[in-house]
Design a binder for this molecule. Structure first.
Ligand code: R5P
Length: 302
């Protein structure tokens, strides 16, 4: 087995390698003056099971292209197999059409990865289950829920509910609620077409006098979380905690979260945290061990 990190999240790649006690191989990434990306694999990988570690961090199109070119190089260079380890899968939020003219970009990315030659994909908390069906190669969709549950288990969980901030997140919320042995509350969110901001329509369940743990896969503008937290506080919730798999933190999200009713926010390190993100209430839950365990399990399979 050989690990090859792309340039999207070197810290995560180092931690995965450390957990596996492996020396990662190196790939030099070249940038040409016209913007094209070149890849030169510096270590021999002939006949090896290669794991390319690349997440959908900004600049996301470059990172995707880098991944595709690396997979191509390994495929053409005689690796035994190529597994893409992509904790945050680029374009996964566009897995369906909202209107007839829409693309399904998530499907396109799946096709691109397969055309490049991946033999398997390891991802973390895919935005929708449908994405797994876009691939004809095996997909391992790791869940960070148990890691969050472990962290939250240190709190007083009496009188606590887990909150799904939209219908699509109900399954994830139920899994966390099961792990914590607490009830679930579900919010109904709508996103008016052509608007990046969401609105909350209905709440199923009761949060009055209770601590609330909101769980979601992605934070981008922060609108979903900030609106959900405001509603929960308005309905009488006490401490509000948040668990997020992929912290994209675009726009003014950090400031909005800092100013919001959220008391504590747990995020995984599926994406690198920019130095400009300064939120006191933030705690990082590392995923390297989870990914390393999966790689070890696949590698040691008879
Ligand atoms: C949407 O379906 C996702 O699960 C997240 O709720 C969404 O991507 C969060 O985006 P934002 O932070 O911009 O509200």
């Amino acid at each position: 087995m050989m690990l090859f990190p792309g340039s999207s999240n070197p810290k995560l790649a180092r931690e995965i390698a450390k957990s596996l006690e492996a020396n990662p191989g190196t790939a030099s990434i070249l940038r040409y003056s016209d913007g094209e990306i070149g890849v030169k694999i510096d270590d021999s990988f002939l006949g090896r099971n290669v794991y390319v570690i690349q997440t959908g961090a900004p600049p996301i199109n470059d990172m995707l292209m880098e991944l595709l070119i690396m997979v191509d190089a390994f495929k053409r260079g005689g690796s035994r197999s190529v597994t893409a380890v992509v904790p945050y899968l680029p374009y996964s939020r566009k897995e369906k059409k909202d209107v007839r003219q829409d693309p399904i970009s998530g499907r396109l990315v799946a096709n691109l990865l397969e055309t490049a030659g991946i033999d398997a994909l390891i991802a973390l908390d895919l935005h929708a289950d449908a994405l797994e069906g876009f691939f004809n190669v095996p997909v391992v969709n790791l869940s960070p829920v148990e890691l969050f549950a472990e962290r939250l288990g240190k709190l007083d969980l009496n009188n606590t509910v887990v909150v799904a901030p939209d219908m699509g997140g109900a399954k994830r919320a139920r899994r966390l609620a099961r792990a914590l042995e607490v009830p679930v509350v579900i919010l109904e969110k709508i996103r008016p077409h052509d608007s990046p901001e969401s609105e909350i329509m209905t709440m199923i369940g009761d949060v009055s006098g209770k601590n609330a743990v909101i769980i979601d896969d992605i934070v981008s503008t922060g609108g979903t979380l900030v609106n959900a937290a405001a509603l929960l506080r308005e309905r009488g919730a006490r401490d509000i905690h948040v668990c997020i798999s992929h912290a994209l933190f675009s726009d003014t999200a950090p400031q909005r979260i800092a100013d919001s009713a959220i008391d504590r926010m747990y995020i995984t390190d599926s994406l690198p945290l920019s130095d400009s993100v300064k939120i006191d209430k933030l705690e990082v839950v590392p995923i390297a061990g989870l990914i390393a365990e999966e790689i070890a399990a696949l590698t040691n399979r008879p």
